[in-house]
Design a protein around this ligand. Structure first.
Ligand code: BES
Ligand code: MN
Ligand code: ZN
Length: 503
């Protein structure tokens, strides 16, 4: 974690100072003062380096010309002030962090002058919180297995946000840090290698939320057998690692009967070899992140508990490892899910949907949710369609789909709606069971996967499926996320719940 504080003033001596610049080179009051103190360095730079226009997320680093003052000045674009959204400031914060951490300056002290430019629709305290949020998300590192310390912590030890109403900014920033904590947990879980994070370890990460007031129920293999979860258990049976199903309840909106919860269901395959339908070796290592749906659900529950969300939410995760062995499921095996439906397993690598079939059943059977949303790294096909830019959204409910799309735009966790259609459903009819787990034709792989899940959603339940296979791991990284585990889904679901259930 980056150490961050808010203050009314800060010393610039030997520090790196970030200054917000609106589109067209607009600078606020604190920025103008610094410009004067540095003999007009900022204004001259804006004239000289004309590629820097103050667009949201642009940065420009200058050597400050005055001795005894700041060592570096980092100009940070905020975009057109009247149009700048929360996300624009968050991205500015993220890019500012990236620029500040590049050079080691003095004692590693960073200062961010928070000015609301003329026409801004957001208060300075809000801007401070957005910038701090973005900086902290970008500052994420997963260093625990490096035996030699990385130097980012020495390069930027602290960041002070300078803002008039320091108390209000602090309060807002502290609220945001609760969401950061949820995102960080999700990223940590996804980053962990599968030898460290098996189903039991992931179950424990969920159980740890008890400390925050989350009710946690753990089903082990015997209990799942009793419930008839032959689909999830079929996947688990090839592995030495025992499977778990975990339900986490947050009751922030009281226990009244009419307050049915929202349910989030996550795919938690801690490693996906494909099983006997073995994946090719190249790239198989990436399959440690096949539990990212479950990680997002656990991270979201943590954020809800920390910020005491005024909503009733249950998170259900199915935790298994998909391995080939003498005990493994064979292609062609028929399993029976807890819903009673039978499934012909034509491909053991289409395992996520088997895990989710039983997890979805459990969430509905046990909690009668008013909204059901699953998150899963379900198909390689969604990466082909949408790359690392959008998660696929499938839903039987137009209103909910629109709310999710909007939450995606606001948080930058983008969704693209994909189609459900009877023709996809038909492709899943099996000659010997109720369903087969893949279609015979290699067509519309993400759509048939979604339809497979839909067969386990009760009629009348508003449901959405988010295929996050392309989003959970970002090869390049972005303004709010270094390369690697993104924690995709935490900010999205948090926003969705705030806007649909807490107002
Ligand atoms: N976990 C994979 C999907 C995946 C692929 C996630 C790439 C992240 C990156 C899933 O279990 C899987 O193997 N799906 C198969 C389905 C196929 C057998 C119908 C796929 O996408 O190839
Ligand atoms: Mn698979
Ligand atoms: Zn998988």
């Amino acid at each position: 974690m980056l150490k961050m504080t808010c203050a009314k003033t800060a010393s610039f001596k030997n520090s790196a100072v970030a200054v917000l610049v609106g589109l067209g080179g607009k600078v606020g009051a604190q920025g103008l003062l610094l410009d004067q103190k540095t003999g007009g360095a900022i204004k001259r730079a804006l004239k000289t380096f004309s590629a820097f226009k103050g667009e949201a997320g642009q940065t420009l680093t200058l050597l400050s010309p005055v001795k005894g003052g700041p060592a570096l000045i980092v100009l940070v674009g905020a975009g057109e002030p009247s149009k700048a959204s929360a996300l624009a400031y968050e991205k500015a914060g993220g890019e500012a962090y990236a620029a500040l951490v590049k050079e080691k300056v003095g004692d590693g002290v960073g200062v961010f002058l928070i000015d609301a430019m003329k026409g801004a629709g957001v208060s300075e305290e809000e801007i401070a919180a957005h910038i701090g949020f973005g900086a902290q998300l970008r500052a994420y590192h997963f260093d625990k297995y490096h035996t030699k310390k990385k130097d980012h912590a020495a390069k930027l030890k602290t960041l002070t946000l300078v803002v008039k109403n320091e108390a209000e900014a602090k309060r807002r920033l502290a609220e945001k840090m609760k969401i950061v904590a949820g995102v960080t947990l999700a990223r940590d879980l996804v980053s962990e290698p599968a030898n460290a994070l098996d189903p039991a370890a992931m179950m424990q990460a969920a159980v740890a939320l008890k400390e925050l007031g989350v009710e946690v129920v753990v089903l082990d293999k015997a209990q799942m057998e009793k419930l008839g979860m032959g689909a999830l258990l079929g996947v688990a049976q090839g592995s030495e690692k025992p499977p778990f199903l975990v339900a986490m309840s947050w009751k922030g909106d009281g226990a009244a009967k009419d307050k049915r919860p929202l349910a989030f269901v996550g795919k938690g395959v801690t490693f996906d070899t494909g099983g006997l339908s073995l994946k090719p070796g190249a790239g198989m290592g990436a399959m440690k992140y096949d539990m990212a749906g479950a990680a997002a659900v656990i991270g979201t529950m943590k954020a809800f508990a920390l910020r005491k969300a005024k909503a009733n939410v249950v998170g259900v995760v199915g935790l298994v490892e998909n391995m080939p062995s003498g005990h493994a499921m064979r292609p062609g095996d028929v399993v029976k899910s807890a819903s009673g439906q039978t499934i012909e397993v034509l491909n053991t690598d289409a395992e996520g949907r088997l895990v989710l079939a039983d997890a979805l059943w459990y969430a509905q059977h046990q909690y009668k949710p008013r909204v059901l949303i699953d998150l899963a790294t379900l198909t390689g096909a969604i990466k082909v369609a949408l790359g690392e830019s959008y998660a696929g959204l499938f839903s039987n409910d137009d209103a909910m789909a629109l709310q999710l799309l909007a939450a995606g735009v606001e948080t930058g966790e983008l969704l693209w709606r994909m189609p459900l259609h009877d023709s996809f459903d038909k492709m899943l009819n099996s000659p010997i069971a109720d369903s087969q787990n893949i279609s015979d034709a290699p067509l519309a792989g993400s759509c048939t996967a979604a339809h497979f899940l839909k067969r386990f959603v009760n009629k009348g339940t508003p449901w959405a499926h988010l295929d996050i296979a392309g989003m959970a791991w970002q090869k390049k990284g972005a303004s709010l996320c270094p390369a690697g585990a993104s924690g995709f889904g935490v900010r999205l679901l948090d926003r969705f719940v705030t806007e649909t259930s807490e107002t």
